[in-house]
Design a protein around this ligand. Structure first.
Ligand code: TNX
Length: 552
């Protein structure tokens, strides 16, 4: 199905005569010319790979278009990958690097990708067409006959950035859980994993030159609000981190699935774990930073980095290792956070005030802008692109202070994204009002402890990444969209699954398909596809929120 994985017939108008609910949502699906019944797979010259191996992309040899690198969609150029299928030749439109054409007739199955990624996404569709059993990991009966509905699907994504952000800082997610989420992302045709690797409550990536970041910063005394049934304070210590080998494994596993991994090192706020490890990073003239430990509660933390050269050099060292671990082909983007940096300590700090004077940046907001600009230029000089939360637009940076390649994750609604896009910067729309999956999915008192407000499955399905009224020039800067899973209240895999699914399926359809305006979306069709999709999630062993509500 769909494009997304919510799978189904639908918008594309194609349904195999077999009545599969699973071909749809393809942008250009067309009915098969012959009205054949289900076609056994493997009879004809089909070139599909084993449908049970999501990690086994269709051979590039089957691609008709030029081979593209795994992450072509997010290539280093500005707006690279925004070009979808070329509109010039409507009869046989060229397939973009992520597009594919899947033809099933009585002779077999043919899958053609515009590039390797397109072939891989086509394979995900084929797997959906095979039925829920194709999502099981268990060995299947060899005698089983597999059938897929006949027809042709020509399909490609609306956006080159179809992301999921996992906050592995608030609660550490073991490497295998991340690999599993990558498999789930691939099945939903999502192609960017944004890893929120550092925060006040934990530092999760090994940095060889600063080992205390993980030795000290990777652990905290308590796990607060971890479990639905736990009291507010759970006294279990919590921690963990990825070694550099773990990171390389995650990045490679993602690349095999045509997924880019964007690392986030959050500065200058959300940094207490780093300060607990290296007290000289904090505002030592305001507080005794040696007394700080890794934060064990949630919220916006006053203990931010000091605006000093020591701090800049320290983080340049961090980013040097990060750039090695996440090469440009994996992600041209490096996320520097930039969100929620309270300025009280800088106001009170003689050092910070002297810095404001010396730099002539006016005030504390100007100081944060100076900090962001430093890393923007530092990254650009290394051929990389900065991306940050929409606070990076503050302190004058919205007015031309960022390099052209810098991009914005718009989380406080659309406003920051609109400002950035109108100024010619690429934008990832992830407004908390729509796509924060830590928010509760129903109002009931039996929902697990949430953050924020109610965002139902249908709310997510009605999300529109491009705000209406945005001029076409600016709209072209909307690289895509991303769902954010902040894990303050998710201590384990089951809770992450529960909050993330099924809403991520709705999100994936929004990110991939060219859906009509929210009020015109086919709600009934979506629900039909979801019915088929729950069976797939069951086969995948995903502990999603059941449609009937939480388990008692
Ligand atoms: C705001 S979104 C944050 C996170 C929290 C989240 C909870 C953003 C850039 N900052 O630190 O986890 O709200 O929903």
């Amino acid at each position: 199905a769909p494009a997304t994985g919510a799978g189904g017939t639908a918008e594309g108008g194609h349904a195999g005569p077999a009545g599969s609910a699973d071909l749809g949502s393809a942008a250009h699906a067309e009915p098969a010319s012959e009205s054949a019944g289900p076609v056994p797979v493997g009879l004809g010259p089909g070139r599909c790979a084993d449908p049970g191996s999501p990690g086994d992309p269709a051979q590039p040899a089957s691609a008709s278009g030029p081979a593209a690198p795994a992450t072509a969609a997010l290539g280093p150029g500005r707006g690279a990958g925004l070009a979808g299928p070329t509109p010039s030749a409507p009869a046989t439109p060229a397939l973009g690097p992520e597009a594919y054409r899947l033809t099933v007739d009585r002779n077999g199955v043919e899958l053609v990708g515009g590039g390797p990624a397109g072939a891989f996404w086509g394979l995900q569709t084929l797997r959906q067409m095979l039925g829920a059993a194709a999502f099981r990991k268990a060995p299947l009966d060899r005698a089983r006959r597999w059938a897929v509905p006949a027809g042709t699907v020509t399909d490609g994504p609306r956006f080159p950035w179809r992301g999921l952000m996992l906050d592995v800082a608030r609660h550490f997610m073991p490497k295998d859980d991340v690999l599993r989420q990558l498999d789930l992302m691939a099945a939903h045709k999502l192609n960017v994993l944004h890893l929120h690797l550092t925060d006040d409550q934990g530092w999760r990536i090994e940095i060889k030159r600063h080992p205390r970041l993980t030795e000290v910063g990777g652990w905290r005394a308590r796990s607060k609000w971890g479990h639905r049934a736990s009291p507010l304070w759970d006294e279990t210590p919590h921690g963990g981190y990825y070694t550099q080998d773990d990171i390389r494994e995650i990045v490679g596993y993602a690349a095999d699935r045509h997924i880019s991994v964007v690392p986030e090192i959050d500065v200058p706020g959300h940094s207490q774990a780093a300060i607990a490890a290296y007290p000289e990073l904090g505002n030592t003239d305001v507080i005794d930073t040696t007394a700080l430990s890794v934060w064990d509660t949630w919220g916006v933390n006053p203990n931010v980095l000091a605006p000093t050269d020591t701090v800049l050099r320290f983080y340049e060292g961090v980013f040097e290792e990060v750039l090695d671990l996440f090469p440009a082909e994996v992600s041209p983007f490096v996320h520097i956070g930039g969100d929620e940096c309270p300025k009280d300590q800088w106001k009170a700090s003689p050092t910070a005030q002297a810095r404001i004077e010396e730099l002539g940046v006016g005030d504390e907001d100007g100081l944060q802008a100076w900090f962001v600009r430093h890393f923007d230029r530092w990254l650009a000089a290394r051929g990389r692109r900065l991306i940050g939360w929409d606070e990076i637009l503050e302190g004058g940076l919205a007015e031309g202070g960022l390099t052209d390649g810098a991009a914005v994750s718009s989380w406080r609604g659309y406003a920051g994204g609109i400002t950035a896009a109108e100024a010619g910067h690429d934008v990832v729309m992830c407004p908390e009002q729509q796509v924060y999956l830590d928010h509760r999915q129903a109002p009931g008192e039996d929902e697990p402890m949430p953050i924020g407000y109610v965002r139902t499955l249908d709310d997510v399905y009605r999300f529109e990444p491009v705000p209406p009224g945005l001029a076409p020039d600016a709209a072209a800067h909307v690289l895509g969209t991303q769902a954010n899973v902040w894990t303050e209240v998710m201590a384990d895999r089951a809770r992450v699954d529960y909050q993330t699914y099924p809403r991520l399926a709705a999100f994936a359809e929004v990110a991939w398909s060219r859906l009509p305006a929210p009020e015109e979306r086919d709600q009934a069709g979506f629900e039909r596809r979801m019915t088929a999709h729950y069976a797939r999630l069951d086969a995948l062993g995903v502990a999603y929120r059941p449609p009937a509500g939480p388990h008692p």
